[in-house]
Write a protein that binds this ligand. Structure first.
Ligand code: ZN
Length: 254
């Protein structure tokens, strides 16, 4: 299985519009971060986790030609606002399955009502087939199984996903023991780490590293990173040897 980091930034992306912060001014390509998303592929299957406002650009730069489905973690715009740009896939493949919590499906129906229109739907609109994700109910994606992992983003429920020995968790602040038990024997864990300072709804760096120590994956990659975290190169130097700061367009094989 290949995992391609389409975006590794927090909600505003890096550089932040109008910012003079040194990380926003950095010329290192690893300091440029689009909104968070990954592309996972194996054999002839190709799935995306989240579809934020940079989706179009991400599909072009990663050369992704097919999407068998989109797994949503939650409804925040940095994870969903790109849904209009699935149209080129619709034109080639027909409707795209989207997997999400029932609450997230309701939210998308409200915000993107034209996508779900049944009467006089504009022919060029995006089209999706909704599949509800329920905690403790693994589901098939292609010939693999995705295990939902229930986490909390402050007061908001969010799903992470485990596929084989890979797990992707974003926007986590707290997680119950029953969910941590679903993360045993991982080869790769991807988890969010916003910055060094504490934050009400996201793991900071220390919380992410403590979580990695608890879960004990072979390797861990940090994502959903703010410019306030610092320069990629400097942050990476101080991480444990099996922990990596992810960066946009990084591809790993599992
Ligand atoms: Zn987010």
């Amino acid at each position: 299985m290949k995992v391609y980091f389409l975006g590794t930034g927090t909600s505003q992306g890096i550089p932040v519009i109008g910012s003079n912060h040194p990380v926003c001014k950095s010329t290192d390509f690893k300091d440029k971060r689009l909104r968070v998303s990954v592309w996972i592929s194996w054999e002839n299957y190709s799935f995306i986790i989240d579809c934020g406002p940079d989706f179009r650009q991400q599909m072009l730069s990663s050369n992704c030609h097919k999407v068998n489905g989109i797994l949503f973690t939650h409804e925040h715009s940095d994870h969903t606002a790109g849904i209009d740009d699935i149209r080129p896939f619709n034109f080639k493949q027909g409707e795209i399955p989207i997997y999400a919590h029932q609450r997230v499906i309701h939210n998308l129906r409200k915000r993107f009502d034209y996508v779900f229109e049944t009467v006089n739907k504009y022919p060029g609109s995006p089209s999706v087939k909704t599949i509800e994700v329920i905690n403790d109910q693994p589901f098939a994606i292609g010939n693999k199984t995705a295990v939902p992992i229930n986490v909390m983003h402050g007061n908001l429920q969010v799903f992470g996903y485990r596929i084989d020995d890979f797990a992707y968790l974003t926007d986590v602040k707290t997680i119950e023991k029953t969910e941590i038990a679903k993360l045993k024997n991982l080869k790769v864990l991807v988890v969010n780490a916003l910055r060094e300072e504490r934050h009400d709804t996201h793991f900071n760096l220390k919380e992410a590293l403590d979580f990695i120590t608890l879960v004990q994956p072979e390797k861990a990659y940090l994502t959903h990173i703010s410019h306030i975290m610092g320069y990629h190169e400097e942050v990476q130097k101080n991480l444990p040897e099996h922990v990596f700061l992810a960066y946009d367009n990084l591809e790993i094989k599992i």
